[in-house]
Ligand binder design. Structure first.
Ligand code: NAP
Length: 332
């Protein structure tokens, strides 16, 4: 097995730390790990493979000898540094939104479109948005069988999707509330503890950027620009694990029974088959730390023919980010 030199850009972040754990857990064949972050974190030591790896400040010489560079430092650093890493000979796998809709950059979910990773003229492969990844893992087998016409998806997204600082703010606000104080938001635009808010930047036509990402990325990954996607994204006071309520209408016949049959053997999916029971559905607390996309509550729609409803939950830091990126590195 060929051993690779792997760099993780944003190694101190919520996703970066999961990347280190995922590389270790999956025994990715690497000869050296280069942990990179901003100058603020230079010298910080992170646990890796039974020892420690020292974080270096990202700079022009960071990618010398690097075979694979996993980026999770935000769109700005990705725009600036991914081409530098690619020019130095590394294959870049980027978690940010910077390159996802670039025609020359494949957007890859290994269970759905692994072949797309081979065509990467810029030397960059994009990792989709966390909410989109779990959606397409659950829907691809159904789309292959009966062609999706329209998806209505409502998300319930965890605070760790907004990074390490957002999780700390959730806990700080919960402590403030318990002490009878008013929460002081800084990462979120308002109180997230005991509340539900939309915290993404505005997109267009009244939709947030996050909602538009779900529209565009779903179409690109499934390779069908005609699929209708109607998204609503909200943040809930959960630490890790995004949930989604999904209504899907098909062009060809589809039923809940057929969908369950297809999902039973779908790669990356763990299907919860039982009838509705209180507390029996997939939940973020159970999905956190697990690799699978959990699908439950598969029901025929009561009113719309050839339409089903499902409930989809996954760890946003793992399948929604770090795990998907490492899986891409594995198929290279
Ligand atoms: N969280 C999720 O569920 C999720 C899912 C999919 C995709 N993503 C994407 O992954 C990226 C990282 O998200 P996160 O949640 O891990 O954020 P985070 O916890 O805030 O971590 C950000 C990381 O980027 C580093 N960084 C920031 N600016 C930098 C710069 N100019 N140069 C070098 N390193 C820099 C930080 O280093 P310091 O510690 O030194 O500041 C830190 O390691 C974002 O693009 C996000 O959209 C996140």
């Amino acid at each position: 097995m060929v051993e690779r030199v792997v760099a993780v850009v944003g190694a101190t972040g919520a996703v970066g730390r999961e990347m280190l754990r995922t590389l270790e857990k999956r025994r990715f064949p690497l000869s050296r790990l280069v942990a990179l972050a901003s100058p603020r974190s230079a010298g910080v030591e992170l646990p890796f493979a039974g020892g420690k790896v020292q974080v270096q400040a990202l700079g022009p010489g960071s990618f010398r000898g690097v075979d694979v560079a996993l980026f999770s430092a935000g769109a700005g650093p990705s725009r600036e540094w991914a081409p530098v890493a690619a020019a130095a000979g590394a294959v870049v796998i980027d978690n940010s939104s910077a390159w996802r809709m670039d025609d020359q950059v494949p957007l890859v979910v290994p269970e759905v479109n692994p072949g797309a990773a081979a065509n990467r003229p810029r030397g960059i492969i994009a990792n989709p948005n966390c909410s989109t990844i779990q959606l397409v893992v659950a829907l691809q087998p159904l789309h292959a069988a009966a062609h999706i016409e329209h998806i209505v998806v409502s998300t319930y997204q965890a605070t760790s999707g907004k990074g390490h600082a957002a999780v700390e703010e959730l806990h700080a606000q919960l402590r403030q509330l318990a002490a009878g104080e008013s929460p002081t938001p800084s990462v979120f635009p308002g109180q997230i503890a005991l509340n539900v808010i939309s915290d993404w930047k505005p997109g267009r036509d009244g939709y947030s950027e996050e909602e538009l990402k779900m529209v565009n990325e779903t179409r690109k990954i499934l390779g069908d620009a005609s699929i209708g996607v109607t998204p609503t994204c909200v943040r809930v006071p959960v630490e890790t694990g995004h949930s989604e309520s999904v209504h899907v209408r098909f062009r060809e016949p589809m039923s809940a029974a057929r969908a369950k049959e297809l999902l039973r053997s779908a790669p990356g999916v763990e299907l919860r088959e039982g009838d509705y029971a209180p507390g029996g559905e997939p939940q973020p607390l159970q999905a956190a730390g697990r690799d699978a996309v959990f699908v439950g509550r598969v029901r025929d729609d009561l009113c719309v023919p050839n339409a089903i409803n499902l409930w989809v939950v996954a760890d946003n830091l793992l399948k929604g980010a770090a795990l998907n990126a490492v899986q891409i590195a594995e198929i290279l």
